[in-house]
Design a protein around this ligand. Structure first.
Ligand code: C2E
Ligand code: MG
Ligand code: MG
Ligand code: MG
Length: 290
């Protein structure tokens, strides 16, 4: 009954919690300096047109290269950054860096779209549209070469987000719904937001070959997207079976380890060239009925 009455006492003496709290504070403190120390970086994962094998975009994925812990996953530090009020400045850095590196790729002859993951918390940032505009302008990147990926979340203020997304769309920026099917308001998002693309969450792709429900869900999302005039991209393509199923069911695009892991920017060009060949092989083996 002691623990019940004094929540904090229970919390402080419950094994692991104190440790977790200290860890969190430590991470939060270090995250504040991570940008200045150059510990943040972006990796890029190609998205391909599943019918032609052409590249349709690159997703920027954030990494924190911590001197002590090594590569810290964004799944760990993004929620901490959100709670600590650091997401605006980290998000700003990501937008600027993604535009900068995409402009470099353009100058090297690879004209493609860069996709940036946006935290729904960033919709509460008053100057978000200005931040995006200046990231594009400062790097001389046309807005049609930027895509924003947003995940479904219960906490987002729909009317605020809708207004911002309409402004971005008017500028020519692409908008895609990430992890589609796993959130709380999937259909509501499509209805309210000016969306271009749905990204089918990788949890539906993983067991595709032995789960009838996943097959049906994936087919249904593809069909719904096309009826709504939206593009559909599958995440987490890891096997040739995944790819074949998605091709047969007319999924427009895809990304996953089968094609490429997220890569540092200097390795992108080479990977894109190698991928053209890989997909050529995949197509011909499919035609042979393999
Ligand atoms: P996401 O946007 O859904 O990104 C897909 C995640 O799946 C990435 O993990 C990617 O590395 C991983 N992935 C790609 N292909 C495969 C595959 O074939 N199999 C498997 N098992 N995984 C695959 P990552 O890079 O750890 O990012 C995790 C999440 O962190 C992202 O999910 C995104 O929600 C968030 N995130 C990443 N970068 C940023 C960022 O700059 N800002 C914000 N706010 N969130 C970010
Ligand atoms: Mg994403
Ligand atoms: Mg996703
Ligand atoms: Mg995700």
């Amino acid at each position: 009954y002691h623990a019940k009455n004094m929540g904090y006492t229970y919390e402080y003496f419950h094994t692991g919690l104190l440790e977790e709290k200290i860890n969190r504070l430590k991470i939060e403190h270090e995250l504040i300096n991570a940008m200045d120390k150059g510990e943040l970086s972006l990796l890029y994962q190609p998205k391909l047109n599943l019918q032609t094998g052409n590249i349709i975009g690159l997703e920027a994925l954030l990494r924190w290269n911590h001197p002590e812990y090594g590569a810290v996953s964004p799944e760990v530090f993004i929620p901490i950054a959100e709670e600590a009020g650091l997401i605006a400045s980290i998000g700003e850095w990501v937008l600027y860096e993604a535009c900068r590196q995409n402009a470099i790729l353009h100058s090297q002859g690879l004209s493609t779209i860069v996709s940036v993951n946006l935290s729904t918390k960033q919709f509460y940032q008053e100057d978000l549209v200005e931040v995006i505009t200046s990231a594009l302008k400062m790097n001389g990147l046309d807005p049609r070469f930027l895509e924003i990926e947003i995940t479904e979340s219960m906490t987002v203020d729909l009317s605020k987000a809708t207004a911002i997304l309409h402004k971005l769309r008017e500028m020519g920026i692409q908008i895609s719904i990430d992890d589609f099917g796993t959130g709380f308001s999937s259909l509501n998002y499509i209805k309210n937001f000016p969306v271009n693309t749905l990204k089918i969450d990788q949890s539906f792709i993983r067991d595709l070959h032995n789960n009838l429900y996943d097959k049906t869900i994936v087919k249904t999302i593809i069909s719904m997207a096309h009826h709504l005039n939206l593009k559909v991209v599958a995440e987490g393509i890891e096997t040739e079976e995944h790819l074949a199923f998605l091709q047969q069911n007319h999924c427009d695009g895809g990304q996953g380890y089968f094609f490429s892991k997220p890569l540092p920017p200097q390795e992108i060009m080479q990977k894109i060239e190698a991928l053209q060949q890989t997909l050529g092989i995949t197509k011909s083996s499919k035609e042979k009925g393999m």
